[in-house]
Structure formats: C-alpha cells, structure tokens
Design a protein around this ligand. Structure first.
Ligand code: SAM
Length: 216
C-alpha cells in the first residue's frame, strides 16, 4: 500500500472516532478520493492533516472534518441532483459525486476562472464524471438546471441566498455558512412550501463574493 493510502486510512479513522463521519457512504467516498490530487504540489505532504490548505487566488480547500460535517448534514442519497457554490479544488464536489452515485449529478459554480479550471482538471484526474463545473456567481443559483434536491455553499454569506432556496425542491435541504469571519453553519429545510432554518454550530469560511454576498 502507498504511503498516501495509509495516511488517508488513518485520517478517515480519526474522523470516524471523532464523530465527523457517521455514514458508511461518506467513509467509502473519503477512502476512495485521493485528497492529494486536489492540492498544489508544494502542499501535497499536508494532504492528510485535518486542516484547510491554500489552493491559490486567496482561496482554500476546507478541512476534511468540515467537509465531513457538511456531507453528513445534507443527508445525501444515490440519484440526487446537488448544487455546490464554490468549487475551489473540486475535492468536496468529488466526495458528494461519489455519494450520489453515477445516477446522481453535481453542478458546481465557481466565480474564479482559474479555480474552475483547476477543479475540472482535478476531477478528471480522479475519474469523476458526474460533476459539471460552471463559472459564475453561485449566489444566483443555476436556474437552467434547477430544481435541486440539495445545495451547499462553501463560502460565508451574510444571509441564506434567496435564489438557492427558490431553486430547491420541496423536501430538499441546503447548507450555508452565514456571517462573516465566524459564521454559523445553517441548515435549510424546505417542506410543504415552508422554509425552516437550523443552526448547526460555528465555522470559518472565506467570504461569498457577489450579488447575495459581501462584495469584492
Ligand atoms: N469546496 C472547495 C474545495 O473542496 O476545495 C473549497 C471552496 S473554498 C472554501 C470557497 C470557494 O468559493 C472559492 O473557490 C471561491 O472562489 C468561491 N466563491 C466565492 N464567492 C463565490 C460566488 N459568489 N460564486 C461562486 N463561487 C464563489
């Protein structure tokens, strides 16, 4: 077994012991996606530490524990159609793509062209085919592919972007870190036309830039 595979197994075990991974689906997905392939060359040796890492353009790939919390909170299932805001390296989208399976689909919107390209190349390297990365302002959602069963935002917004809630199916769920610097991870549940929000706890994310965001 390669050192990177051993390190990945150790990290997954650690995340399970700490309660971040609770489903077999997420455990399998995390074991199958090599995080080092989503990280710039000079930082690859840190790939299996539970830390966010720089990916260029002032952006980061989130810590594995944060990504695990988000994947579990979304209650992902095979065949779902999911919208991600903030592709970054593409790693989080790769995990979600594995969890929704070949009959599911992930659309990911990234506002920085160079990162959209980085994410596409990384996803291709690991053989993920059910993620479509689109360049644009994710706070507007992606009307041409709506409605979505799930959405999640990987950057902090001042409030839950209304377009994303509108583009969610009835019975769907979304996740948004709300608030600048120290944000609250907010779960949105849409049921029979009503929208309920639950605070899942504190988190730290780079800001969402754009119409429903904090501005440049
Ligand atoms: N999910 C990513 C990963 O696995 O590497 C990490 C994403 S990073 C924490 C947040 C990303 O959100 C950045 O790439 C940033 O450019 C992007 N972003 C910020 N505002 C955005 C917006 N309005 N629309 C789309 N992407 C946005």
């Amino acid at each position: 077994m390669k050192q990177s595979e051993l390190d990945r197994e150790r990290l997954v075990k650690q995340l399970k012991n700490r309660g971040y991974i609770s489903s077999q689906m997420l455990e399998k997905a995390m074991l199958s996606i090599p995080r080092e392939k989503f990280i710039p060359e000079n930082l690859k040796s840190f790939a299996y530490l539970d830390n966010p890492l720089e990916i260029g353009e002032g952006q980061t790939i989130s810590a594995p524990s944060m990504i695990a919390i988000m994947c579990e909170a979304l209650n992902l299932k095979p065949k779902l159609k999911v919208l991600e805001v903030g592709a970054g390296s593409g790693y989080h989208a790769a995990l979600v793509a594995r969890m929704v399976g070949d009959e599911g689909q992930v659309y990911s919107i990234e506002r920085i062209a160079r990162l959209a390209d980085f994410a596409r190349k990384n996803l291709e390297k690991v053989g993920i085919k059910n993620v479509t990365v689109v360049e644009g302002d994710g706070s507007l959602g992606l009307l041409q592919h709506a409605p979505f069963d799930r959405f999640y935002v990987t950057c902090a917004a001042p409030k839950v972007p209304s377009h994303l809630v509108e583009q969610l199916v009835d019975g769907g769920r979304g996740l948004v870190p709300v608030g600048k610097y120290l944000s609250e991870l907010t779960l949105v549940i849409k049921k029979r036309g009503k929208v309920v929000q639950k605070n899942l706890g504190g988190c730290v994310f780079v800001p969402l830039i754009g119409m429903d965001g904090f501005g440049e």
